[in-house]
Design a protein around this ligand. Structure first.
Ligand code: HAS
Length: 545
């Protein structure tokens, strides 16, 4: 009763998982399509086409679920850590904006009037209600940004000179990064797509729209990733039975994300004419920079897990791995996610390299990449978090721990098989986003991988069934523990803390680093955008500008 913010957090979380439930439903249909089986006619008249299903799948899973998870987790955790209450009126306003925005966007999506895929590239045009709903939904995240900024400022005022506590620091940098990152999408939708879909302007420039989209579209993947990293850095080591090795390294990784997440979008546009090779190369270099904090994360987390395994009595070179709590679903989600993130990240380097990208661009390779990244790493971390968050928020103990465990192993196996199959199919030239079922057999050599992809779709269907059973049965049961037995949030302790640490002190100058991030963006995007807006140099060439 003493924590009204629990309710709004639960509502955010459950709305997100509800979106994931609907969106996930289409995944196996997508996988079957590549296996040569078109199941979409069975859904008529509810769903008209493969492309409508794909749009629902992408929007609900990648855009809606991920944002709601961030809004639930990264407002609540800092509030808990600082022992402060977020502004409750605004917290509810953010939930209502998300809910109403989603509702408005859902009407054209379900009515097949916004079958524009989750990237909604012009000249594909959706109904105006889709863009307006999406805008309201995204703007609700601005309220979350304000909530965390406000918590942090109040805490700083009460604790002058002290270093921001870890979870709050990580959440704050995540939200500041998102503020900078989201501006491209906001401009694209508000200035171009809404007026265009209402008939107020005649047309839009596809290159400019794609550039604005990818300005947001790459950092958005870190907006999805960082909540999972917060779970991995600040919860997982404790759940594993150990401590986080280094608090300052975690801060440094998030600071690098603030600096380097945004100015990289051209790596999605290597194949676009109208952007010079020089700028594409510049963004390639920055893309490799933004992989550095993930490589640091791999080191810090592997060392922290080793610390945990040894604390649990694990011996020898690899014995510590066996000693980890492989039966605990809260551990399984983020850990299996991280393991999948290794091949996913390696594939990212292939994507980012200018020449190699030509081989795999617009093939199912990309789909394999992001299913390991967002559908495995991010989603499994959210699932693991749900297994402790829902009992914590509701005082209702987890129902069906065996199903919870099985859901994580099956999700991991299904996604990795699928990731493998999709990468290989892409390498053989199978296009992504293709209603391919009737001609699937014509792709020489791809048949075994297509079959594997379809099988993994079925495994994932079972995994999803188990997972949603656990969380909805937990949340909807009548049993409630007494107040005194409320499960605590397993915040981790650290081996080396921020006190007296120069790196931690430097990273805490948040205003300064925010300004540096702005400068980097202006350098990486300023001139190309001015050129596009003014059409001064529409011809691609080798020169930088
Ligand atoms: Fe990506 C396309 C490059 C990361 C998502 N990416 C996409 C798309 C999505 C996406 C959705 O350069 C498709 C968009 C569309 O529809 O067109 N991506 C990268 C690079 C990285 C990367 C270099 N991507 C992500 C993340 C995503 C995501 C994260 C979602 C959350 N991506 C690209 C490029 C394209 C692209 C091109 C465009 C391609 C094209 O042609 O269209 C890097 O940030 C990856 C760094 C990751 C690592 C891995 C570190 C490993 C860790 C785990 C350690 C494990 C431990 C466990 C500790 C370096 C941290 C140990 C456990 C024990 C038990 C021992």
């Amino acid at each position: 009763a003493g924590y009204p913010e629990k309710k709004v957090t639960l509502y955010m979380l459950m709305l997100g998982f509800f979106a994931l439930l609907l969106g996930t439903f289409f995944g196996p249909l997508q996988a079957l399509n590549y296996g040569g089986i078109d199941a979409y006619p069975l859904l008529k008249p509810l769903v008209q086409s493969y492309y409508q299903g794909l749009t629902l799948h992408g929007v609900l899973n990648a855009i809606i679920f991920t944002q709601l998870f961030a809004q639930a987790l990264l407002v609540y955790l800092p509030a808990r850590e600082l022992r402060m209450r977020p502004n409750m009126t605004l917290a509810w306003i953010s939930w209502w904006m998300a809910f109403i925005g989603l509702g408005i966007a859902a009407i054209p999506l379900l009515g097949n009037a916004a079958t524009v895929l989750y990237t909604f590239y012009p000249p594909l045009k959706g109904h105006w209600a889709f863009y307006v709903g999406a805008a309201i939904f995204v703007l609700s995240s601005y309220v979350s940004i304000y909530l965390v900024l406000d918590l942090w400022r109040r805490w700083k005022r009460a604790n002058p000179g002290k270093i921001t506590p870890l979870v709050t620091y990580l959440s704050l940098t995540h939200w500041l990064m998102w503020f900078l990152a989201s501006l491209g999408l906001v401009v694209e939708v508000a200035v171009f797509l809404i007026p265009w879909s209402l008939g107020l302007i005649e047309g839009v420039d596809p290159l400019l729209s794609r550039t604005l989209f990818w300005y947001t579209g790459h950092p958005i993947v870190y907006f999805w990733l960082l909540p999972a990293y917060v779970v991995a850095y600040t919860i997982l080591p404790k759940v594993a039975g150990g401590k986080l090795i280094s608090d300052p390294l975690a801060r440094l990784a998030f600071l690098l994300f603030l600096l380097f997440s945004v100015p990289v979008g051209f790596h999605h546009q290597f194949a676009d004419p109208g952007i010079s090779s020089g700028w594409k190369f510049f963004h390639t270099v920055l893309t490799l920079m933004v992989a550095v904090p993930s490589l640091m994360t791999a080191f810090t987390l592997a060392a922290s897990l080793e610390n945990a395994g040894r604390a649990r009595g694990g011996k020898g070179l690899l014995g510590w791995i066996r000693a980890l709590p492989w039966g605990n679903p809260v551990f399984l989600g983020p850990t299996l996610g991280l393991i999948s993130f290794i091949p996913g990240g390696a594939g990212g380097f292939v994507n980012a390299s200018f020449p190699l990208n030509q081989v795999i661009h617009n093939t199912t390779w990309i789909v394999g990449h992001f299913h390991l990244q967002v559908a495995t790493m991010v989603t499994m971390s959210a699932m693991g978090a749900a297994f402790f968050l829902i009992p914590h928020l509701t005082r209702k103990p987890l129902v069906g721990i065996g199903y919870a465990r099985a859901s994580q192993w099956l999700w991991f196996i299904g996604m990795n098989l699928m990731g493998f199959a999709l990468h290989w199919m892409g390498y053989l030239g199978v296009p992504r986003r293709a209603h391919i079922s009737e001609v699937a057999s014509q792709y020489q050599g791809a048949a075994p991988f297509m079959a594997l992809n379809a099988i993994s779709g079925v495994i994932l269907f079972v995994a999803a069934g188990f997972f949603f059973y656990v969380i909805f049965a937990t949340a909807l049961q009548n049993r409630r523990l007494p107040e005194a037995q409320t499960p605590e949030i397993p915040f981790t302790e650290v081996v080396s803390g921020p006190e007296g640490n120069r790196v931690a002190q430097l990273t805490d100058r948040v205003g300064f680093w925010f300004a540096v991030a702005v400068i980097l963006i202006v350098v990486a995007y300023g001139l190309p955008l001015i050129q596009m807006f003014t059409s001064l140099n529409p011809v691609p060439g080798m020169r930088l500008w």
